[in-house]
Design a protein around this ligand. Structure first.
Ligand SMILES: Cc1cc2nc3c(=O)[nH]c(=O)nc-3n(C[C@H](O)[C@H](O)[C@H](O)COP(=O)(O)OP(=O)(O)OC[C@H]3O[C@@H](n4cnc5c(N)ncnc54)[C@H](O)[C@@H]3O)c2cc1C
Ligand SMILES: NC(=O)c1ccc[n+]([C@@H]2O[C@H](COP(=O)([O-])OP(=O)(O)OC[C@H]3O[C@@H](n4cnc5c(N)ncnc54)[C@H](O)[C@@H]3O)[C@@H](O)[C@H]2O)c1
Length: 447
């Protein structure tokens, strides 16, 4: 007989969402967690990162204040104090989350679980049998193969870094590197980024990314693309990062070197073969997030290898896995209307298709592109960057994609997400009466 109806591996957004669905249905649920209940987003990801970004935003506003006739003398962003301030947002959070899920009836088991059978997990030498299992073990930084990779810091390390470095090199120009770079640069750190690809953020809209690169350059962030890192060597005061670019061996020195080369599903220690769970670069799941080879197992969140690694997506997938294991396979995730934001300063936000993707799909659409820096709203707030590209279906008048940089992008994007999700037309967005003067009221001119 099974010890639990459901066992969840991992107590992050995805695991907690799946557990909650089963608890509501009166199932007995165990949640196994090897680190802290809460997982990446509240403890080592979105929230602590955003505390740093919020400070960078304030610094940015102050740096433009003279244009609004406000004089502020010598502002500075103090890294060590900021890290201390960030701690206030994390302390006690994991304990609260643990007691909250326990109150709802879950048994929280500490330790690293691994499969020893199709529905059996081993934890600290004990075997636990469950009727169904959800794998929600999240992701970890991709390990890099060159000599000296052991010197690399991760985002976890950066969030704990007490002493402000004078210089930093990031390997990879993805979301993590760009977000941290914009904070560090404002604290006065010399930042360089080495990107293997021809351009950063390859899944985002080209023209919006180009504007972000310009804004990063203005901050002093040095971005080197098409760079193949070959090694990291320790020097007296820091490190030398060697790389190949344009056929030539080159090097940059910095006090710290950070791995921003992507995150991969944290599944390689789960002993998946013992449970007959098919996997190659990730666990193979069907469209209902169920393992294709073990019908008792579902996967959700960053532990999946083919969906966006985002906190609300992890929760959404956890809920779907939970609903499907309770009710039979009914729900498939739909990622199209889910927005994402790169929290640089200015922030870049997108939802729906990029222009390239819409063209690949053979859609017939109109592109509305605007630089709003000369608009009254942007000038009032002394914005340096204010850009929007919106794709509108020529036949249905529905929004296919929106890409915003600056101009409250991380907030405005949700109106476009709502429009895409619910089929609201560009005309309906134009005809709505908005409060004025607001950034939102500009939407009429963006669609
Ligand atoms: C620096 C950073 C900033 C980010 N910022 C944002 C942001 O602004 N917005 C956004 O949407 N997303 C952001 N993300 C991504 C977001 O944090 C993740 O997509 C999300 O937290 C994934 O949730 P999850 O439940 O899948 O995994 P996690 O929250 O990582 O949870 C997985 C849990 O499983 C546990 N575990 C692993 N293996 C085992 C095992 N064998 N046994 C028991 N437990 C195990 C882990 O300890 C962990 O607690 C950020 C990520 C990082 C790293
Ligand atoms: N604001 C947010 O929503 C947010 C913030 C942080 C992280 N995240 C999530 O976390 C995930 C991981 O973030 P990330 O920034 O580490 O990854 P990423 O996938 O965004 O970017 C990784 C980058 O590293 C490059 N790269 C890979 N190997 C390299 C190498 N050897 N040398 C140089 N460049 C290399 C890739 O080409 C890519 O541009 C993202 O997928 C993202 O969804 C989200």
């Amino acid at each position: 007989m099974a010890d639990y109806d459901l066992l969840v591996l991992g107590a992050g957004n995805a695991g907690i969402a799946a557990a909650n669905a089963a608890l509501k249905a009166g199932w007995s649920v165990a949640v196994v967690e090897k680190r802290d209940v809460g997982g990446t987003c509240p403890l080592r990801g979105c929230v602590p990162k955003k505390v740093l970004v919020a400070a960078a935003q304030t610094f940015d506003v102050i740096s433009r204040a003279d244009r609004q006739q406000v004089s502020v003398k010598d502002p500075s962003l103090e890294w060590a104090k900021l890290i201390e301030h960030k701690h206030g947002f994390i302390e006690g959070v994991s304990d609260e989350m643990k007691s909250s899920i326990e109150k709802r009836g879950a048994k929280v088991l500490a330790g690293k679980g691994r499969f020893v059978g199709p529905t059996t997990i081993e934890l600290d030498g004990k075997r636990i049998e469950a009727r169904k299992i959800v794998i929600a073990t999240g992701s970890k930084p991709r390990s890099l193969p060159f000599p000296g990779a052991k010197h690399l810091l991760t985002s976890d390390d950066l969030l704990e870094l007490r002493n402000q470095p004078t210089s930093a090199v990031f390997i990879g120009a993805g979301v993590i590197s760009l977000e941290f770079s914009h904070v560090l640069a404002r604290a006065g750190v010399h930042v360089s980024i080495l990107e293997a690809d021809e351009r950063p953020l390859s899944s985002m809209e080209n023209s919006a990314v180009a504007q972000l690169i310009k804004a990063s350059d203005k901050l002093g962030i040095k971005l080197i693309t098409s760079a193949k890192v070959t090694g990291i060597e320790r020097k007296q005061t820091g490190f030398s990062v060697q790389y190949l670019c344009d056929g030539e061996n080159q090097a940059i020195e910095a006090e710290i070197v950070v791995n921003g080369a992507g995150r991969i599903a944290d599944i390689d220690e789960l002993n998946l073969n013992a449970a007959g769970i098919e996997h190659d670069h990730g666990i193979k799941v069907d469209e209902y997030l169920r393992s294709v080879s073990n019908p008792h197992v579902w996967v959700a969140g960053d532990a999946l290898s083919n969906s966006p690694q985002l906190s609300p997506v992890a929760t959404y997938e956890g809920q779907i896995a939970g609903n499907n294991l309770l009710n039979g396979d009914l729900q498939k995730p739909d990622y199209h209307p889910i927005p994402s934001c790169v929290f640089t300063v200015p922030a870049l936000a997108q939802v729906g298709y990029t222009e390239v993707k819409a063209r690949d799909l053979g859609l017939s659409f109109e592109t509305k592109e605007n630089d709003m820096t000369s608009w009254r709203s942007a000038r009032m707030h002394a914005e340096d960057v204010a850009y929007a590209k919106v794709l509108i279906d020529k036949n249905s008048d529905q929004i296919l994609g929106a890409h915003l940089l600056g101009h409250q992008a991380a907030e405005l994007i949700h109106l476009f997400a709502f429009a895409i999700k619910h089929g609201v037309t560009a005309r309906a967005m134009k005809e709505t009466v908005y409060a004025y003067p607001t950034f939102t009221s500009d939407i009429k001119f963006l669609v």
